[in-house]
Design a protein around this ligand. Structure first.
Ligand SMILES: [Ca+2]
Length: 407
């Protein structure tokens, strides 16, 4: 009886599965027609907003269906939320610092000019370039040079959470084509519509892109000077204070509570807060906010105005902190005095590559051997840890590398 019921349930489940499969198939067939209808409706919206029919039709030529990879990326939820040291380690390391110093030499005349024009230090611009696109290296990956029109149309059509935002960005993208700054074949970017060396979304491009190399086009895709100047312009318009830092690593006196709001550096100093490197704060009435991204036992910071300007680029504390720390290291100011509460021993960039190479040789990893530990590397580490009887935390640690070397 029990067995019969189970068998019937399995039969019902199989039937339900078949129905879902058939319906999904029908959805795919309908989806393309639906996408075409969406484009036709959107054509009215865009032309009402000043996009010429000719520009619209040229932009959508050949776009017949949504980009499935865009929808896949849009629905991706990372299994583990990255800890602060994970995020920072991936962006501030010997490799990103070394390449930044090399780029500072390669682009020196332009960086001199951009720094003078906008009052934003070159090291901050180089750090943004690194964090956004690894100094342009991500364009070697086809996923980073998707059609921006198709990506945004896909999100506008099929991603209900981003639909309104994506439609607004798509109108802006079409207007960029209309200006002639770029042609449709080169209007490319990430799945989420972030474009060029410094990953501007179309409305940011409209507001802040500049043609510093004066070839008549604001080209953040093909011109490094234009891209870095555009980032500098965004920060300058956002209120960047020339000649000032983004913040200070500090040490707090034990056994007292601190306000969460903004106080002057003098007020913080009067409460016993000192710079971690032992130097004095500059005198004056600059205001700063206390930040403890890794709790009271990790590195602690007083963040000044420029930290919050960096967040206009990407509204996350960890992002602004990575840019600030990398900029300081490219400039040669040295790293943090106090380390993160990392529950493992960190690898160098070369060791991270060796880790990937060994995971790959053992069949755990299929991604690029580039020393950049992303979700793919972490999944591979967890699989290896499971097989080796280690704690499956996915951390790129010395312990894992040591175990790999014994294989
Ligand atoms: Ca240009």
């Amino acid at each position: 009886m029990q067995a019969a019921r189970t068998a019937r349930s399995i039969g019902a489940a199989a039937l339900a599965g078949l129905l879902i499969f058939l319906l999904a198939g029908a959805n795919v067939a309908r989806a393309d027609a639906g996408f075409q209808r969406w484009i036709a409706d959107f054509r009215k919206v865009a032309t009402a907003k000043g996009v010429t029919p000719g520009v619209f039709d040229r932009a959508f030529r050949g776009i017949t269906e949504p980009d499935p990879e865009v929808l896949q990326k849009a629905s991706f939820q990372p299994e583990f939320k990255a800890a602060v040291w994970d995020y920072i380690d991936g962006r501030v390391n010997e490799r990103s610092i070394g390449t930044g110093r090399q780029m500072a030499r390669d682009w020196k005349p332009w960086l001199d000019h951009i720094e003078q024009t906008f009052g934003v230090p070159r090291t901050v611009l180089l750090a943004i370039w690194s964090v956004e696109t690894n100094y342009g290296k991500i364009f070697e990956n086809p996923a980073a040079v998707r059609s921006t029109v198709r990506s945004l149309a896909t999100l506008g059509y099929a991603d209900s959470r981003r639909s309104k935002w994506a439609s607004g960005q798509l109108v802006a993208a079409l207007k960029i084509l209309q200006t002639g700054d770029i042609d449709v074949g080169h209007l490319t970017g990430s799945w989420a519509g972030a474009m060029g060396h410094t990953q501007f979304i179309p409305t940011s491009y409209q507001a802040f892109a500049v043609d510093i190399d004066r070839d008549g086009r604001r080209d953040i895709w093909g011109s490094v000077p234009d891209a870095l100047a555009s980032a500098a312009n965004l920060l300058a318009k956002g209120g960047w204070q020339a000649g000032k830092t983004w913040g200070y690593e500090v040490l707090l006196p034990a056994g007292r509570k601190f306000p969460s709001g903004s106080l002057t550096l003098d007020q913080w100093a009067a409460m016993g807060v000192v710079r971690a490197n032992g130097k004095p704060f500059p005198r004056g009435a600059d205001k700063a906010e206390l930040k403890l991204p890794d709790g009271p036992t990790g590195p602690v910071f007083l963040m000044t105005k420029n930290f919050f300007v960096l967040k206009k680029y990407n509204n996350a504390d960890t992002y602004a902190l990575a840019v600030g720390l990398l900029a300081d290291q490219i400039a040669g100011y040295g790293g943090l005095v106090r380390d993160w509460n990392r529950p493992y021993t960190r690898l160098t960039s070369d060791e991270s590559e060796e880790l990937q190479r060994r995971l790959s040789a053992l069949g755990y990893y299929e991604g690029k051997i580039d020393g950049m530990i992303g979700e793919g590397s972490r999944t591979a580490i967890r699989a290896f840890q499971a097989q080796a009887g280690l704690t499956q935390d996915g951390h790129p640690s010395k312990e894992v590398l040591t175990n790999l070397r014994r294989r």
